[in-house]
Ligand binder design. Structure first.
Ligand code: PLP
Length: 450
């Protein structure tokens, strides 16, 4: 970062937005890159340090998106950079599919140790979240010799054909792509803010879990044919909705009763973001397959699934990928885990409590804030047109996000109408307070215009 930009931990602009360089690159981007990408505002990143991003014109921003919840240790943490540089000078690639190298087994051992449950574990490596989910689908089918999988409305598990079959957060993500995997069923996910009329969150939670045994298992699918139930302990792309603790426990019980594997997708919620290694740890559940990606390597592409050795029983050749578990990505992951363990998981818990403490009263303060929810540094602010009807207000949400950008705060949407706050785990109180101020002012301004 430049001298001026490092002088402060807060944003600083030297041009109007977007600046001339940013404008030029956005124009070229529109000409050459896939129109399927969704960009909410013209941020053209050049450098990052900690929770700050400097754009191509020298303006700095506070990053409360972390590259979609990825840069857990902040942008370019010196220890992560050093680990990457050292490994890149030594061995960039060998393919863990066909050869051995030491840091692959070191990371597998570490992930096995921090995964929930005491049974001996084994680890499979991929490159992205969707690859972890594909691996989980295949392992669950292979191990159980069953084919059917239950996922939830609102879920996001990725965009390749297998994971997309489980994804049910936005029609647009599926539209036009033809037949997906068969044998996939969706059940309701208990969003306490959106219980059906007259129901308490408690009864709705029980009803959602009950739907699986009383409806699906009675009318549509025999549980003996179900390989797995896959759940995000906190729905991410679906709107930052934490599953009630009892719901996750009930799911685990259903799985145990019927010999079904419980898969937790912690791709967004894991790696210390919620103040514990895994969001499911807040409920004490022990998944049979744990999916990890995003925050694991502070920005390098890496994913993993972790399962008890008794479950990961597929033979050589059953599943693999050339780049999965790349030595440089693994070096970044080992440094990332050391840092999260030493300080950032605790910081995520503290800063999450601080942020939540400042935000939780917003539904009383702003008439377009319907709900504030989350754990640690995974917080959603749901924007509605009317608090009584809870009508979703995606247009207002988008305006708030854009306005926050113009004030130096980078956020993303989640679901139809929620603002997601998922900063790097390194933020401090001054940065948290800046985000609260800018977001609050942005909401106020949009509210005033109505
Ligand atoms: N699962 C969850 C919970 C996610 O949030 C995501 C990405 O946002 C994925 C899976 C897919 O990960 P990727 O985009 O790396 O394929």
């Amino acid at each position: 970062m430049t001298q001026t930009s490092t002088a402060s931990k807060l944003p600083h602009f030297i041009t109007a937005l977007p600046g001339p360089q940013a404008k030029r690159i956005v124009e070229l981007d529109h000409q050459y890159t896939s129109p399927s990408y969704t960009r909410s505002y013209p941020l053209v990143a050049k450098r990052g340090r900690g929770a700050l991003i400097e754009d191509v014109d020298g303006n700095t921003f506070l990053d409360f998106s972390a590259g979609i919840a990825v840069v857990a240790t902040g942008h370019c943490h010196p220890e992560v950079v050093a680990a990457i540089q050292q490994q890149a000078a030594e061995l960039i690639h060998m393919s863990g599919t066909d050869f051995y190298y030491p840091n692959m087994v070191e990371l597998a051992e570490k992930l096995a140790a921090i995964a929930p449950g005491k049974s001996p574990k084994r680890v499979y490596f991929g490159n992205s979240g969707t690859e972890a989910v594909e691996a989980a689908i295949k392992l669950a089918r292979y191990h159980t010799r069953r084919t059917k999988i239950i996922a939830f409305y609102g879920a996001f598990h990725g965009r390749t054909m297998g994971s997309l079959s489980l994804t049910a957060s936005k029609t647009r993500q599926r539209k036009g792509f033809g037949a997906l995997l068969s044998d996939i069923f969706h059940a309701p996910y208990p969003n306490p803010y959106r219980c059906p009329h007259g129901q308490s969150p408690q009864t709705y939670c029980t009803e959602c879990a009950g739907f699986i045994e009383q409806e699906l298992f009675h009318k549509i699918v025999d549980p003996e044919e179900v390989a797995a139930i896959i759940v995000e302990p906190i729905q991410g792309e679906g709107g930052y909705v934490p599953a009630p603790r009892e719901f996750l426990i009930q799911l685990q019980n259903i799985c145990r009763r019927h010999g079904i594997l419980l898969i937790t997708d912690e791709i967004q919620s894991g790696m210390g973001r919620t103040g514990k290694w895994w969001a499911g740890d807040h409920s004490g559940i022990e998944p049979d397959i744990l999916c990890i990606a995003k925050g694991i390597a502070s920005g390098l592409p890496l994913s993993a699934i972790v399962a008890p050795a008794s479950v990961m029983d597929w033979p050589p050749g059953a599943h693999a990928t050339t780049f999965g578990g790349n030595p440089v990505c693994i070096a970044a992951a080992l440094a990332t885990i050391r840092l999260i363990e030493a300080e950032y998981m605790e910081n995520a818990r503290r800063m999450g409590d601080h942020l939540f403490g400042r935000l939780r009263g917003w539904p009383g303060e702003f008439r377009i804030v319907g709900d504030v929810r989350g754990k640690g540094l995974m917080i959603g602010v749901e924007i509605v047109r009317d608090q009584k009807t809870k009508e979703r207000a995606p247009d207002l949400r988008d305006r708030i996000i854009y306005r926050a950008f113009t004030q130096g705060l980078l956020t993303l949407g989640a679901g139809e109408n929620t603002i997601r706050l998922c900063p790097p785990l390194v933020i401090d109180e001054q940065q948290a307070d800046f985000a609260v101020r800018v977001l609050g002012e942005s909401i106020r301004e949009v509210e005033k215009s109505l």
